[in-house]
Design a protein around this ligand. Structure first.
Ligand SMILES: CCCCC/C=C\C/C=C\C=C\CC(=O)SCCNC(=O)CCNC(=O)[C@H](O)C(C)(C)COP(=O)(O)OP(=O)(O)OC[C@H]1O[C@@H](n2cnc3c(N)ncnc32)[C@H](O)[C@@H]1OP(=O)(O)O
Length: 310
């Protein structure tokens, strides 16, 4: 079930602030109830499974019952609409197939995800921009709002949207000599609050404010020292093992109580996000359409290409 598709937000816009707040509470209750039903259903036997969409694969370990969701869009897992949609499909599938938890990782050898595909935002029309941003929002809320235990095996660089996905998870394990962070201010853009919320969940406010205003990309070691990642692993395999161990740490915890407790922690951010999501799409379209931003994107893409050829 897709959290994003159930929000009566268009209706809520026509209401008074009091009515709107009560609709959002209704949404929250519905969300908690739906997640509760899913958690109850998860009590049954495990299944062995390996499935694929166009750009993601899901493999469920038959011994642990943990699903590994792998992004596979060479060369850098940049997030185009297809990848964002496939992520949502795979998350929904994992939530429905009785998996015990979800590990997000990448099929690339040195990149977890390069963030949004800048080609998708360059020289395009408003409708495409709307789809890109809406699908980014949808993929984020599907992961952030999942009641399953989630972990990211960050086997490469994770700038911007890559960091967004990693920080939507509950636990992060990263391989050495890579970089992670929200570099938006370095690109001359302001990350909206929801995009920062996973980051703000895991870092002390002071560290987060400085990193976000600097657009800082942390090395693996720095990310570990500030708490942006929980563990360092020497290889992708080790990262996957550590993520499995994290998810395994809930084996003796009632999964319903666990999931609802997690969602209570995240409910405030989700509620805030639902209030502003349509305005946020409009803001993004306005920003990304600006001639100077389009010009900067063109230069940024050229520089990325030149760097690649060196
Ligand atoms: C001013 C520019 C942006 C404005 C955006 C405006 C509005 C958007 C509002 C908010 C959006 C925020 C969320 C985002 O996610 S924005 C995306 C930010 N991402 C980045 O800045 C990452 C850029 N990439 C890198 O730093 C490196 O590629 C990376 C460290 C990930 C990997 O390095 P590596 O050396 O392995 O690979 P490269 O040779 O650099 O790249 C290979 C290949 O891939 C292309 N590419 C890389 N990143 C992207 C991307 N995000 N989108 C599209 N294409 C990308 C790169 O150009 C190379 O292509 P080619 O030369 O093989 O053709």
């Amino acid at each position: 079930m897709k959290l994003s598709s159930r929000i009566p937000f268009r209706l809520a816009l026509k209401q008074t602030p009091e009515q709107r707040s009560s609709s959002i509470d209704t949404y929250q209750r519905t969300m908690l109830h739906s997640n509760l039903l899913r958690l109850v259903a998860r009590g049954g036997p495990k299944r062995l499974m390996s499935t694929a969409t166009k750009l993601t694969t899901v493999e469920v370990n038959d011994k642990t019952g943990i699903a590994t969701l792998t992004m596979n869009r060479p060369p850098v897992n940049s997030q185009n609409v297809q990848l964002l949609e496939d992520l949502q499909k795979s998350i929904t599938e994992i939530e429905n197939n009785k998996s015990r938890g979800l590990i997000l990782t990448s099929a690339m050898s040195n990149v977890f995800s390069a963030g949004l595909d800048i080609h998708e935002m360059y020289n395009t029309n408003e409708e495409r921009l709307r789809i890109v941003w809406t699908e980014l929002q949808n993929a984020w809320i599907a992961l952030y709002g999942s009641s399953l235990p989630t972990a990211a095996a960050i086997n490469g660089h994770a700038p911007a949207g890559g960091c967004l996905l990693a920080t939507a998870c509950e636990y992060r394990v990263m391989v050495p000599n890579c970089r992670i962070g929200l570099n938006e201010t370095q690109l001359g853009i302001i990350a909206p609050k929801w995009l920062m919320s996973g980051f703000l969940n895991v870092l002390p406010k002071r560290v987060a404010e400085r990193a976000l205003t600097q657009g800082r990309m942390f090395t693996t070691q720095e990310a570990f020292e500030v708490g942006l990642v929980d563990e360092i692993a020497n290889s992708k395999e080790e990262a996957l093992e550590k993520c499995s161990a994290f998810i395994g740490s809930f084996a003796k915890v009632n999964s319903l109580a666990r999931g609802l407790t997690k969602l209570q922690f995240r409910a405030e951010n989700i509620k805030e996000f639902e209030k502003i999501r349509e305005k946020d799409v409009a803001n993004f379209i306005a920003l990304a359409s600006r001639p100077e931003i389009q010009k900067d994107m063109g230069i940024y893409l050229e520089n990325l290409k030149k760097k690649g050829k060196k």
